[in-house]
Design a protein around this ligand. Structure first.
Ligand SMILES: NC(=O)c1ccc[n+]([C@@H]2O[C@H](COP(=O)([O-])OP(=O)(O)OC[C@H]3O[C@@H](n4cnc5c(N)ncnc54)[C@H](OP(=O)(O)O)[C@@H]3O)[C@@H](O)[C@H]2O)c1
Length: 306
């Protein structure tokens, strides 16, 4: 059994729910696993709590919320992730030794990801973690670089309207995107925490796991969606520069959500950008056999039988 005690933040979110379920199913391997929830949000976790998950009631800016935990896995969404630097400081003060920031996406240490507006809060958090690890001996952090969620291949954020059967993309159809299904991401997260028992894993304060399952061109993604849904798609391919212009326009109008949305579309469509450059780290997880994009999408659309 691992000596680690794991606290999950943002466990009610898109990736958070999958990660919480996986920890619940492997709970016996850890000293303790719990979800942190503000008092008004506790009801959200009634079902998983009835299945055996501990729920700690408290705020993520209070040291008491973190007392007794060694690992924090933060899965806050776009709006709340700006709180992470403060959360990290509070967690360290309470004795947390490893922090997983809300990453779960592209490798933002390279290319236009370094300056793209969409990733600003993630960059600020990474900088904060680097400094925190310099100042606090024994503190480290873990970056889960997953590529896009396979289930998001059917999401409007990426230009897909699965009901209408349309795809609106700001780049060439040959542009490739790395994907991982959320159930597999959850397995990688749990396995990566179990690895913290090994001394080798804690020598470097920053651990990075690059774990996309595979890359697909957007043309292949739409063909896959079309096959899974049994639906013909109408595709419109714009210049990437149009997404950049729209991001700029919405920034000047103070519309942060649209600014972020088009910043993301611009980088996903950008012909010269690569979401997660190789090498990848699958060899570190020999027991995980990730599902293909098609399998993830069949599960998502409830069409496993076909
Ligand atoms: N690679 C990809 O394709 C992809 C796709 C989506 C997300 N992501 C990444 O995954 C991470 C998580 O995103 P997500 O979409 O899963 O998040 P999400 O669904 O928006 O969930 C965010 C979670 O944070 C909680 N939260 C929000 N504001 C809070 C606050 N002030 N105090 C406490 N809790 C708060 C939410 O709880 P309430 O709902 O109760 O407020 C929810 O549980 C992010 O880093 C995101 O960039 C990656």
């Amino acid at each position: 059994m691992s000596s680690q005690s794991v606290l999950l933040i943002g466990a009610g979110g898109y990736i958070g729910r999958a990660v919480a379920q996986e920890f619940l199913s492997q709970k016996s391997k850890f000293a303790r696993v719990a979800i942190l929830a503000d008092l008004p949000k506790v009801g959200k976790f009634a079902e998983i709590s009835s299945e055996g998950m501990e729920v700690v009631v408290g705020n993520f800016l209070e040291p008491n919320s973190f007392k007794g935990f060694t690992i924090v896995i933060c899965m806050l969404g776009n709006h709340a992730m700006k709180h992470q630097p403060a959360i990290i400081d509070v967690a360290i003060s309470a004795g947390v030794t490893n922090f997983y920031p809300s990453e779960f996406g592209s490798d933002i240490s390279q290319g236009a990801y370094l300056s793209n507006r969409y990733f600003r809060d993630k960059q600020i958090t990474r900088e904060h973690l680097t400094k925190a690890a310099e100042h606090h001996k024994g503190f480290g952090y873990t970056l889960m670089v997953t590529g896009s969620f396979a289930e998001y291949a059917a999401h409007p954020a990426f230009g897909v309207d699965p009901d209408q059967g349309t795809f609106d993309f700001f780049g060439p159809k040959e542009k490739k995107e790395p994907f991982t299904g959320i159930l597999d991401i959850a397995k990688y997260v749990v396995a990566s925490v179990l690895m913290l028992e090994s001394k080798f894993e804690t020598e470097n304060p920053c651990r990075t796991f690059r774990i996309p399952t595979a890359t697909y061109s957007w043309e292949e993604v739409i063909e896959t969606l079309s096959r899974v849904q049994g639906k013909k798609y109408t595709c419109t391919y714009h210049q990437t520069s149009e997404a950049h212009a729209l991001a700029k326009k919405y920034a000047s109008e103070g519309d942060v959500d649209r600014e972020l949305g088009y910043s993301l579309k611009a980088i996903i469509g950008g012909p010269n950008e690569e979401g997660v450059p190789k090498p990848w780290d699958h060899d570190k997880f020999p027991d995980i056999n990730p599902e293909s994009l098609e399998l993830s999408l069949r599960r998502y659309f409830g069409k496993q039988e076909q």
